[in-house]
Design a protein around this ligand. Structure first.
Ligand SMILES: Cc1ncc(COP(=O)(O)O)c(C=O)c1O
Length: 424
């Protein structure tokens, strides 16, 4: 279907709750998406940190096809072999002792389950969370999302957190922490609000405060989990072990799955009838999850992410431009904060016109969250484009809708032939 038909039907039949970029795609391959406009795009968004193995990875596709041909869904009324297999794999990549997993369908639902678990385990009801965090759009997840713009107008439905601390500021956590707080929920790196990292001291301090007060520490690994930061889980970069972790996005390599992970002792309070979901951990998504983790282990994707991320950060930090305020991140979640939203939008448009898709997070920060199989040559395509557009912008205001010079488009299509495929 051509883009105009897709748009016309979407405008006619869908809720209009997304502000969409005027593009649609027919298929993907590796780090590339193929547009209905006939163009090929290098995708540095990966379905918002979902497609860890890129698009249509042959081994992942084979596993999902084989499972679909056998049994896509069966109820949690029975034992589900593929679910047990995935839980075993998750236990193999989580910190020691975090061996129990509950499968759900999304990141928000994982956080909702984690908060229920903490409330039930501690017998307390208060939750504290970070300003500018993001935990999803369901009731308690929205309540833990310390952003007025997300909570506004849903008041009666929000299970509000008791209070919000400033991410990275241990004193502000101390001010909220008491012995009646059930859970503290925090992202290891705040993704949605612009890729903000914190210090080891902050996270170690949070861990100690939680332990001292009998509060459960939940790290939301929905975006940072499954290798994104160069460790299996983002919190491992800080040398801290939480009590509960939530994950989703990359876990299934492209199918909708989420999970709550914790210790044997904590998980025990979720007795039969306490929580559940029809689709949670069905054979299809669990087969996809098993394939994702197996391929990542087999191909050394996590160390690859660490090395690739370090090299990319160094390249980006070396760009000398007054338009760049800061480059921050870890592994393949990198934020390039520009001097304004307008500059970030201009860079995004310029990249798109040159066949590269990037995301802009809150506050004018370019968020790079590509497939984890990204190559050096692919990352260099973006770095080169960024250098070029910033050079063009020297001494000028970013203009809406400016087009790249013809020779750039030609260069881009030559390099795309060179780079297509899988692991290079
Ligand atoms: C850190 C974090 N938590 C939770 C969510 C919500 O996940 P989902 O959209 O799958 O409900 C997101 C989504 O972007 C996220 O980045």
């Amino acid at each position: 279907m051509g883009f105009e038909s897709v748009k016309e039907k979407s405008d006619r039949y869908l809720f209009q709750n997304y502000g969409r970029i005027p593009l649609s795609f027919t298929h993907g391959s590796g780090c590339y998406l193929h547009g209905s406009d006939g163009r090929e795009y290098l995708d540095l968004v990966a379905g918002i940190a979902v497609n860890a193995l890129g698009y249509a990875h042959p081994d992942w596709v084979a596993a999902v096809q084989a499972q679909a041909a056998k049994m896509a869904h069966v109820s949690n009324l029975y034992y589900v072999g593929e679910q047990a297999d995935l839980a075993e794999r998750v236990a193999s990549i989580t910190p020691d002792g975090m061996d129990r997993t509950l499968f759900v369908n999304s990141g928000a639902e994982a956080n909702e389950g984690a908060l229920k678990l903490a409330v039930r385990y501690t017998g307390r009801s208060k939750v504290i969370a970070a300003f500018d965090g993001f935990h999803g759009r369901t009731s308690a997840a929205m309540g833990a999302t310390g952003q007025e713009s997300i909570q506004r107008s849903f008041e009666p439905l929000i299970a509000h957190s008791y209070g919000y601390f400033r991410f990275g500021d241990l004193e502000s956590v101390k001010e909220l922490m008491t012995r009646d707080v059930a859970a503290l929920i925090v992202e290891p790196i705040q993704g949605e609000s612009g890729v903000h990292t914190a210090t080891v001291e902050f996270f170690k301090g949070v861990r100690d405060l939680c332990t001292d007060n009998g509060t459960l520490m939940i790290t939301d690994e929905v975006q940072t989990g499954i290798g994104r930061t160069g460790e299996w889980y983002g919190i491992q970069n800080y040398g801290v072990v939480p009590d509960i972790m939530t994950m989703a996005k990359a876990l299934g390599g492209g199918v909708p799955i989420g999970a709550v992970n914790s210790t044997d002792e904590i998980s025990k309070v979720m007795t039969p009838g306490s929580h559940g979901t029809t689709f949670g951990g069905n054979p299809l998504v669990c087969a996809a999850g098993c394939a994702t983790i197996d391929i990542m282990k087999r191909d050394g994707i996590v160390p690859h992410v660490k090395e690739m991320g370090a090299r990319w950060m160094a390249d980006l930090k070396a760009i000398d431009s007054p338009r760049i305020r800061e480059v921050r991140g870890c592994g393949l979640i990198i934020g390039v904060e520009m001097d304004s939203k307008e500059t970030a939008a201009h860079v995004q448009r310029y990249c798109r016109e040159n066949g590269v898709l990037i995301n802009v997070a809150h506050g004018g920060t370019i968020r790079l969250i590509p497939p984890l199989i990204l190559t050096d040559a692919q990352k260099d395509v973006f770095t080169g484009l960024l250098r070029e557009v910033l050079e063009q912008l020297r001494g000028r205001c970013p203009r809406a809708g400016s087009s790249p010079p013809e020779n750039l488009l030609k260069r881009r299509s030559a390099s795309s032939n060179l780079l297509s495929g899988w692991y290079h």
